[in-house]
Design a protein around this ligand. Sequence first.
Ligand code: ADP
Length: 293
Amino acid sequence: MTPTQSHVSMTDRERELGAIIAAYNDVTERLKESHDQLRQQVHRLRLELADKNRELARRERLAALGEMAAGLAHEIRNPLGGIQLFAGLLTKDLADRPRERGLAEKISNGVRTLDGIVTDILAFAGEAEPRLAPVHLGRLIPEALDLAAATFEQWGTQVRWASSEAKDEALMMEADPNQLQRALLNLLQNAADAAGTGGCVEVTASADAQERVHVAVADNGPGIPSELLDRIFNPFFTTKDRGTGLGLAIVHRIIEAHGGSVRATNREQGGAMFSVSLPKRRCGDAALQWEIA
Ligand code: ADP
């Protein structure tokens, strides 16, 4: 072998070796990249799983609590009916004795309050499957505002309702109008309560390109302490002396049953905002005929 030949073949081998090393480095680099990607995916899936597990545990807790509450509510409702009946008879009998009549009326009022609580418990714990019908949010929201008018008057709170799409078809959706009305009413009553005398509540509605509608109820009250944000949707959680803590639990249940979500945040300018996001149609449902009367 001549020195020149040896030099040429060494260079070839070096080139080959270089190519192998380059290919090896390339494969190693790609393996490292896909390893990193897999690790990120595993991390994301772990977080998702933890989220789903938390949600499942929450649903199981709520189902057990709901069953117990519904049983209790039924047991309470029967004797309440009797008390109401007898208090009514007493009120009539005591027509000429105003002091005693006043006491009988207090019993009636107390029973009415308890009956309201029982109704709330049953709404929270009972059958939540929505009865879908075509709903126009541009109409449903003003109706809910009318129903809440007494509360706004009682608190001396102003209310503003704004939607750029109040009249057009963008705010048409499939929903259970009674359930949705109830959810909105609960949010409005809480907002009026929080905003208080001279306060202001703002309701907005919009639709997006992903076939979802968004309703927000904002107030300029004190807002929600950040450490309570996670707990306010829990049933029976209340910071009010005369609260039942069922209003937001009912809202959550209704919105979830419609395949939507509800979120509470504090606004930068002060006050709380509850944001509801709902699909216009529930997946898999046969489409209902939409008509604007
Ligand atoms: P309740 O009104 O009977 O207390 P809810 O479930 O409707 O029950 O509300 C739970 C808690 O969430 C309230 O006691 C209050 O602390 C808080 N909350 C609800 N809405 C608002 C709001 N708009 N601003 C501030 N806090 C609120």
